[in-house]
Design a protein around this ligand. Structure first.
Ligand code: ZN
Length: 384
């Protein structure tokens, strides 16, 4: 009808009408057709089961049928699924139609297999075996099941069933959560800024001309203020020079936390060779206490590593891919230091704009202004 372009409203011709009426009469005989829908023998898995797919094509139609074959006392063959399609009007090539039918067959077969996997009885069987074998885990359960049954896509199916066992879920491991340890006393007491200091290396930079330099970060463990130094070489001598500069500008720390870096340990050993009783006789200088992080506990340096993240965040944006000369790099670093030290301790809400917020600078800088717009302007004029 469709090929002959017959509209819906027109009555069809005699031979076509007869064909349709015959087909319509045959429909009543469908009630005598019986298709078994229960395959409990197959589900018990104790018998040879195989799934067979047939497909064929002609110029009138392509079809596929999926059958199950069960060996149980006798051989039982039952249809499971069938598909029928009218071929496309434009395709007259038989091999092409055969290929289409094969595709239809493969799809029908896949859907049957999936339905089988979803079958609740299989799930119940797996769960029963799981409980029978003292809540056996995946691999053991697979082995036990394979002795008697063949489950399609077994690993995936068994895993999904196991995930529903309430008892196993209850005993499943949980992430270990430990309450975080309280901070050491010397980090919460009232000390002078930088009296308790932590330091580590914050990373490397390349200067104009290709020379390499290292940034060292000194952090106050109590007020979290920072101080940066540049090393041109990673040696104990270079570290001691920077440490001298730090003490000269920020004061002498009483406790120094640091990483396990070789040059730091070298510096500590230098200090060990100092005759402290002799020095103590002539000055009131206190001996500095050096606390090294154990080699496998770098997390203990978290309080300066966090600030290393902050400085990297700023430098990446300020420097980009630029290589600066040493002097300019020092300026950028001091600027960064000033920005980090001026950050506020608490979130400044818009509502309490009247209040003065505490920053790290508040503890040792009387002039709270940072930034040099006047110098920037001079720079601009010079560059122009
Ligand atoms: Zn279980």
């Amino acid at each position: 009808m469709w090929k002959d372009n017959i509209p819906w409203s027109r009555e069809i011709k005699n031979n076509m009408k007869m064909e349709f009426l015959n087909w319509f009469e045959e429909l009543s005989s469908l009630k005598n057709l019986f298709v078994s829908r229960c395959f409990s023998h197959a589900i018990s898995g104790q018998h040879g089961i195989s799934i067979h797919t047939f497909c064929d094509a002609s110029q009138f139609a392509n079809a596929a049928a999926v059958f199950i074959r069960i060996e149980y006392a006798d051989i039982h063959v039952n249809p499971l699924a069938a598909k029928l399609r009218v071929p496309p009007v434009t395709t007259t090539n038989i091999p092409r139609l055969e290929l289409l039918a094969a595709t239809v067959g493969a799809r029908a077969c896949t859907s049957v297999i999936r339905a089988h996997q979803r079958y609740q009885v299989v799930e119940r069987l797996i769960m029963t075996e799981h409980k029978k074998n003292s809540h056996a885990r995946l691999q053991m359960l697979l082995n036990v099941l394979r002795e008697h049954y063949w489950i399609l896509n077994a690993r995936k199916t068994v895993r999904s069933v196991l995930s529903k066992c309430v008892i196993c879920l209850r005993h499943a491991k949980r992430n270990v959560t430990t309450p975080s340890a309280s901070l050491p006393e010397n980090r919460i007491k009232d000390f002078a800024v930088f009296e308790i200091t932590g330091f580590g290396l914050a990373g490397t930079l390349y200067l104009k001309g290709g020379s390499k330099e290292w940034i060292c970060i000194y952090t106050c463990a109590v007020f979290r203020a920072v101080h940066f130094e540049l090393f041109l070489s990673l040696t104990t001598e270079a570290f001691l020079q920077s440490f001298r500069r730090f003490i000269a500008r920020r004061g002498r720390p009483s406790i120094v936390y640091c990483d396990n870096g070789g040059n730091f340990i070298g510096a500590s050993n230098y200090f060990k060779s100092v005759n402290w009783p002799e020095i103590a006789q002539f000055s009131s200088m206190r001996r500095m206490q050096w606390l090294f992080n154990p080699p496998t506990a770098s997390w203990r340096g978290g309080f300066w590593e966090r600030l290393v993240g902050v400085i990297k965040h700023i430098l990446r944006r300020v420097l980009g891919k630029a290589f600066l000369p040493y002097e300019e790099m020092i300026t950028v670093l001091c600027n960064t230091e000033s920005i980090i030290n001026s950050r506020e301790y608490i979130h400044a809400s818009e509502k309490d704009s009247e209040r003065i917020h505490l920053s790290h600078n508040s503890f040792w800088q009387d002039f709270r202004q940072i930034g040099v717009p006047d110098l920037d302007q001079v720079d601009e004029v010079v560059l122009n």
